[in-house]
Design a protein around this ligand. Sequence first.
Ligand SMILES: [Zn+2]
Length: 730
Amino acid sequence: MYRQTLKTVIGIVASFIVALNSLAPAASAQADGKARSIRGFSDATAAAEINWEEKMRAIPKPELLREYMKHLSAEPHHVGSAYDKQNAEWIRDKYKSWGIDARLEEFEVLFPTPIERVLEMIEPTRFRAVLKEPAIPEDPDSGDANQLPTYNAYSIDGDVTGQLVYVNYGVPADYDELTKLGIDVKGKIVIARYGASWRGIKPKVAAEHGAIGCLIYSDPKDDGYFQGDVFPQGPYRPEQGVQRGSVMDMPIHPGDPLTPGWGAVKGARRIAREEAEVITKIPVLPISYGDALPLLRELRGPVAPESWRGALAITYHVGPGPARAHLKVAFDWSLKPLYDVVARIEGSTYPDQWVVFGNHHDAWVNGADDPTSGQVALLETGRALGQLLEQGWKPKRTIILCAWDGEEPALLGSTEWVETHADELKQKAVAYLNSDSTGKGWLNVGASHSLERFINEVARDVQQPASKKSVWEAMKEHRLQQARSDEDKKDLNERADLRVSALGSGSDYTPFLQHLGIASMNTGFGGDGGGGVYHSIYDSFAWYTKFGDPTFEHGRALSQVNGTIVMRLADADVLPFEFTNLAETMGRYVNEIEKLKVRPKREKDVDLTPLKSAVKSLGDAARRYEDALGRARAKNFEQVKETKALNEMLYQSERKLTSETGLPRRPWFKHEIYAPGFYTGYGVKTIPGVREAIEEKKWDEVQPEVKKASAAIQALTSQVEAAARLLEGK
Ligand SMILES: [Zn+2]
């Protein structure tokens, strides 16, 4: 589910910022004969760790990544399909063959599949939409049997007829523009283009404005011929290519709609479908630009504002009508089985401290890119760890490697697993690492900022593919090239660490981070080469091996990065959490909120002073912790008596950033710093309770949310201070 539009990726890359690190050990430090230090390791344990990590990084092989992908993407493998289950069993058996204990964990979830899909124009001319992606000879998998038809999962059943209105991306700002144009969508069917927000936002906002149906199409300007040659000549979306995808209201909660907040195990209590909050209010259907063109051509009314115009050879009008459409969709709402694969390496010293790493295995169709490219990199990390175990490596902490089912519909496999094991995970989970689609380019990282320095350190120790540089150096160079302002360049050149982005949603880290407060990371390579086959039948082995990462060298680099992350977290004497970067980043978020252009009538409605002083205290505690860590490290942690308690305190620190009651109107989301936006979907909102209250002008809500977020930051500060005292042996 992870791939964003090209524009978003470029935007994210450009906004990532960096710099030279004076604190972390440079990979070259070995050359001058000095022992290398790694954050959280003593001299002796660092030497052993470096040795094991180097062995690990030599193991992943591009040809095996390719072989696994060929197998896993050979047939459509959506939730409930025969090949989905077969893939889960195949992954489990691979782990077993590498000497790693692995099992399937099953759940039963609501996953609708289409029974009927009709879209026709009845006025002013007649046209019936094709709603079918044709097989093409260059891509043998495009003709596979058992493909899931083009549809949006968790659209409600419906049969509606009405005039069409073009609503651009269908985000709230577009409806403000429609109001200015004097156009109302009440009783109409809206046609929105993909992009600018997560797709589930489009029918939600349309329904809020009184629309009775929603079509979502892929405009060639966004991921088709305007961007480059279309598949099979190039990587972009062909005329009849359709983006499937979920439209569940996931900013309320992800996971099974019938078991919100608890695990969907067999026999679990389930609410009625009518009570489920997250199913759309109006019927929704995704279409190709081939099917959209005849409809858009029959719209009149005002000419669409310039920024609304796509790349079809028509003058874009807003409507309403005269085009009138009939949309009918009906679904099979039966429960379907999920098969998560859970592999486990028991820790030798702290078996009850868990490092968890996952990538989904289900796809909309064949899914070579999404998710198989990331899944095969995880498998090679697993194989490498299996070999190290045979050679005598004993990780201190338990490592759990997961292949999630049902990510595409609604992060089902990860959410149900997290909800089922919530109590144990809250106690034991050190961190969660996620990956999903990956391609050619540079390492992209989103993460909890308490792990920002750690990730920077890891990125310095892995080689960028086809380069003499480290992954870190390549990232920095690329970000400098992409930097849009002098301020960004200065930040890149002067800051010790490259910035990592905050996590919103769009993949399986969400339940770990935002429901339980487990520090999380999401990694993948990308940015070099685009594409437009996302969630279509053309996301195939043929596409990936021509346009994705044909040599699988970037896939191997991802195995190496993620393997290093997992090993270092599993082996550290003192877990490598770091809080000065977190405090500094939170300070930036507070500044952003202060600069929001929405101003209350009464100044006292927005007082951010408590947040500012909480962030300042966190900064002070963070520096004290760093000093204490430096002194303890100089003595090889010998005076640290309560290492187990110290580590628990460190990995529990992220939990302090959650609140019992969660965010307004969506209590499932408990993290006070990171959440997907209520009206952006995947896009992150930082300090979301406060930020969204201001953006949505809910003035009564601002100060209570400021209080909640400040209390969470204060609780973290106390924890960091307590950890510093333990390091000082007090
Ligand atoms: Zn995915």
